[in-house]
Design a protein around this ligand. Structure first.
Ligand SMILES: [Zn+2]
Length: 262
């Protein structure tokens, strides 16, 4: 069994990093870790993730009943429990509102193109899931539809969710997701986004076993549109149009956001 004292300290540390990096404001966000087969540790509601102590953490069973702790569990505890129940390999869950990733989620633009090698290897793709009222089942039901294939999600008009084989793995995926979103945003500002072709993506996917990454992580573009992962002018002319459409869509959204176009 995982040392519960260390795991509480790890939750404090991840909370501190999430807050310090600006992935949350005020009391936003929630983080959890699997303690054993029947219990998880989760951050409490109504507290800044940057200023937690180990004693603040709440232990709940898989039905959401508080087992120990003096605080009230996060209002999103059932989203975390759903992730653990559907994915036995998951031991850490991180939910935050990082500005660039959340910007894409608010704009309704998925981060579904294969453009950065490390993101292809670690995350595959990041689907944009439908909006649901926070704290209710409709919030996490859309995530559950895709949780078998993906480890990172954009939550429409809300934020982001990452899951991992341990707490820090889930947190690092949040870092990777936000970094990816930032880079994608800059590329759009510069006016062009080159997409890796299918052969390049396959070579990266083949590297997953070497790095201990789950081999079934999906690629939104490859799986939902077989022509999506190809460079303009390469094996699939349709892909060039797809990439250019994405560039135009995001550029237009940014221009409108900045009021650069009337
Ligand atoms: Zn949230």
């Amino acid at each position: 069994m995982t040392n519960p004292h260390q795991l509480k300290r790890d939750l404090v540390e991840v909370g501190r990093r999430v807050y310090a990096r600006g992935y949350v404001a005020s009391n936003d966000g929630n983080i959890s870790a699997r303690l054993d087969e029947k219990r998880i540790l989760i951050t409490p509601t109504g507290i800044s993730k940057g200023f937690m102590t180990p004693e603040d953490m709440v232990v709940v069973d898989l039905d959401g009943n508080v087992v120990s702790g003096t605080k009230k569990a996060s209002s999103e505890v059932f989203m975390h429990l759903a992730a653990y129940k559907h994915r036995p390999d998951v031991h850490g869950v991180c939910h935050a509102h990082p500005p660039y990733a959340t910007g894409f989620a608010v704009a309704g633009i998925p981060l579904d193109k294969c453009i950065l090698p490390e993101v292809v290897v670690v995350l595959g793709g990041i689907p944009l899931v439908e909006y649901g009222t926070p704290g209710t089942e409709e919030f996490f039901a859309p995530v559950l539809k895709r949780i078998d294939k993906y480890d990172a999600f954009l939550l429409a008009n809300h934020g982001a969710l990452t899951i991992g084989k341990d707490l820090f793995n889930a947190y690092y995926k949040m870092e990777t997701l936000e970094h990816f979103a930032h880079i994608a945003f800059v590329a759009q500002q510069l006016g062009h986004m080159n997409v890796l072709n299918r052969d390049q993506v396959q070579k990266l996917t083949d590297l997953r076993a070497k790095f201990g990454v789950r081999t079934t992580v999906g690629c939104v573009s490859c799986e939902e549109d077989s022509s999506a992962c190809a460079v303009p002018g390469a094996e699939d002319p349709g892909a060039a149009a797809g990439a250019e459409d994405l560039v135009k869509t995001i550029t237009d959204a940014v221009m409108q956001k900045l009021n650069l176009r009337t």
